[in-house]
Design a protein around this ligand. Sequence first.
Ligand code: ATP
Ligand code: TZP
Ligand code: MG
Ligand code: MG
Length: 263
Amino acid sequence: MGHLLDKVRENEPLIHNITNKVVTNFTANGLYAVGAAPVMANAIEEVEEMASIAGAVILNIGTLTTEQVEAMVLAGKSANKNGTPVVLDPVGAGATSMRTKAAHRIIEEVELSLIRGNSGEIAALSGVETEVKGVDGISELAKEELAKQAFNQWKVPIVITGPEDVVWDGKEGISIFNGHPLLTKVTGAGCLLSSVIGAFLAVEKNVLQAAESALSFYGVAAERAAKKTSLPGSFQIEFLNSLYDTTSEIVEENKRVSPFTEA
Ligand code: ATP
Ligand code: TZP
Ligand code: MG
Ligand code: MG
């Protein structure tokens, strides 16, 4: 089997994003750079139709409105009818009760392929004591343990990101150690990542494989971009360039991943 990055670039899957106002443009440009085809569609009147032709649907609650929650549920259910993967990015869950409630409703009403958040967001969704500062979360529990706890509660594969990333599918887990601190200085680094994971899920139904490939690719691309600049503004541009010119061979040479299990 070829590398999933090559499969994304060959297939150019349509990725339907219902996302926040802060990161919309960056997410679209990032998906183009990776080789996918982004579309942003939010209206209640059209989301079911758009989701029905997409390769993956991304639900991101970063700048939520009441109407947007309805649209997300409709889009998610439409994707479910076609077996299309759906990713939830619970931005700022735990920071306000509206966000936590919306995330819970989506998890309950939509069959999700994966939830991707920072430690604070995943802890808040799972009822683990935590502190959330705006959209940036802090949680003390080890990511591996937190991912397992969240999976056990929701029965949905979990990705938790930060300096180290983890993915847990209920049976197997992988830690990914690539990435760069400059990613924390660019808004939307997490949101774009959720959409990129969606692009990989569009070409690979095995969630563990798709997430591992997307996360290692993304982290290696960031490391290469950081070799070109140490400034956040330039890094944003260099990162987009790197998402475009990082090859599957470069990812394989530079990825740092390690599996973990139930014990
Ligand atoms: P937060 O709001 O906590 O920043 P987020 O939604 O932006 O969360 P991150 O956890 O920042 O998501 O993850 C986005 C990307 O940034 C991931 O690829 C992750 O590996 C990377 N990343 C985050 N922090 C660091 C860090 N300190 N060092 C290296 N990579 C990092
Ligand atoms: N405020 C609401 S959504 C958003 C901010 C700053 C973007 C969050 O993006 P990310 O990818 O979680 O850093
Ligand atoms: Mg971040
Ligand atoms: Mg985020």
